[in-house]
Design a protein around this ligand. Sequence first.
Ligand code: NAP
Length: 288
Amino acid sequence: MKITGRTKILGIFGYPVSHTLSPLMHNTALEANGLDMVYLPFEVSPDSIQAAAAGIKAINLSGVNITIPLKEMVMPFLDEVTDEARLIGAVNTVVNCSGKLIGYNTDGCGYTASLKRELGFNAKEKNLVILGAGGAARAIIAALAKEGAKNIVVANRTLQKAVSLAYEFKRYFPNLDISASNMDKGDLIKHLPKANLIVNTTSLGMDGRGEPEIPFEVVSKRHAIISDIVYKPLQTPFLKKAEWYKIKTHNGLGMLVEQGAVSFKLWTGTDMPKEIIYKTLKGYLGKG
Ligand code: NAP
């Protein structure tokens, strides 16, 4: 990669930021597309987010990704935030549009794009169960609701968070049947048999540790997909169990790549060379 006085700079703000695969993904794509741009990691502590956001303008970064734990905190320091990002309550992509900082959230549309690409799945008129009620869950629920989902049950360890989420989203999507549940098997068993898609959006399964305990035996082998947005490892304990029950599975790599592709297009105006990126990341994650 040749850096010159004209090279444009993209980056990611996170705390910590060392674990991120985004520099590998975006630098591979920038190089493949022959763009004079580079993507760098910036460790930004929550105390410094205001200064870092101002820094995007000060040093003329073309754009940044925002990751844990800064996705919500950055919002007051942007000039504009899309309606979708405001509903989700988090921004994962900032575009520096001639000195105006615009915040987007590409996680949800990245997730639905991945389901479409890999399994041809569209949420229209479908019954969905979302495990977790954090930032990623909000992004995914917004995208699935926008696609026309019929029924969404949000199950979370902290029930109150799922209740608030369901209430808020019902106001935004009046035609959506959305409700909250806790994560107990006894409660989930009521919702799982008719579910077309069951998604783990909790952090359970990261680094192969833990899994949501659901009664797999009542999940439809013919009509359901079990999806996990954790991508390290690619085959989480949750997905392993679903495969044992012969249920169709979907891992978190697609969401990572597709949300990145939407951000990449916003910054560069060009399409991410996805085949190259899938291959690179699969190789990195040990399934090349
Ligand atoms: P978050 O806002 O912190 O939410 C975490 C969620 O996990 C909450 O619902 C939390 O429940 C639940 N949780 C945490 N520990 C739990 C446990 N021991 N038992 C049951 N539930 C537990 O995080 P996030 O941003 O939504 O991210 C969630 C996961 O998605 C992370 O693993 C992240 O790496 C992954 N992710 C992947 C992609 C991708 O591109 N594939 C994109 C974004 C995120 P409580 O409310 O009860 O605390």
